[in-house]
Design a protein around this ligand. Sequence first.
Ligand code: PGA
Length: 252
Amino acid sequence: MRKKIVAGNWKMNKTLEAGVQLATEVVNIAESELNNGATVVLCTPAIHLSAVAGVLKSGKKVSLGAQNIYQKESGAFTGEISAEMVKSVGAGYVILGHSERREYFSETNAQLAEKVNLALKYNLTPIFCCGETLAQREAGIHIDFVKSQLSESLFHLSPEDYAKVVIAYEPIWAIGTGVTATSQQAQDMHKELRTHLASKYGKVGENTSILYGGSAKPSNAKELFSQPDIDGGLIGGASLVARDFIDIAKAF
Ligand code: PGA
């Protein structure tokens, strides 16, 4: 079912103390001001998850997510974190395939398919990221490229499993750059993706929650979220300020 979702991606920011403080502010503002039924998720650094889970228990409106998991279940993978571990600290979501992971850690569509499987096995909702570079857009291959990211990592799923996946379309040229895709550019891509997902999964595909990410902020969230195929946002920089983040969640 299409849900209104705003997820914050803290990336590699905040000490534990500062992260707990930010989460506390987000919960306090959300509890008193957020009444539009939007699902709000904080995707914190892995080392913060357990402490932030404790903070989020003081309210009902904010959920917890991780930013990554490893593509194996357990074992000798020094430094990595498994889906089961993330679940065990109280998270319900995990961002998978963020463009920064694809670029700096060489994550492939095939590895991401394994990560999606493990997330679903341990009842984590994958927030599956896709998006093109500026060069791909200028070459006119952006739509096919993004569609292939989705088909190669998700289309092996059964309809029952697929129904649990959330998509985040994040054009790479708009991430952290201050350049937001226009609401029309975002809408056009979301519509293409929804059609692509429906061609594989029918009604289930059509009802996917598709979030936009890339320099979303309080001043442009309303216009983005009013587009017929945009169901919310994956928010980087603006999620580091509680007021801005909740103002985005209030923009539906
Ligand atoms: P941004 O990041 O909002 O800072 O552009 C979005 C993201 O990378 O998820």
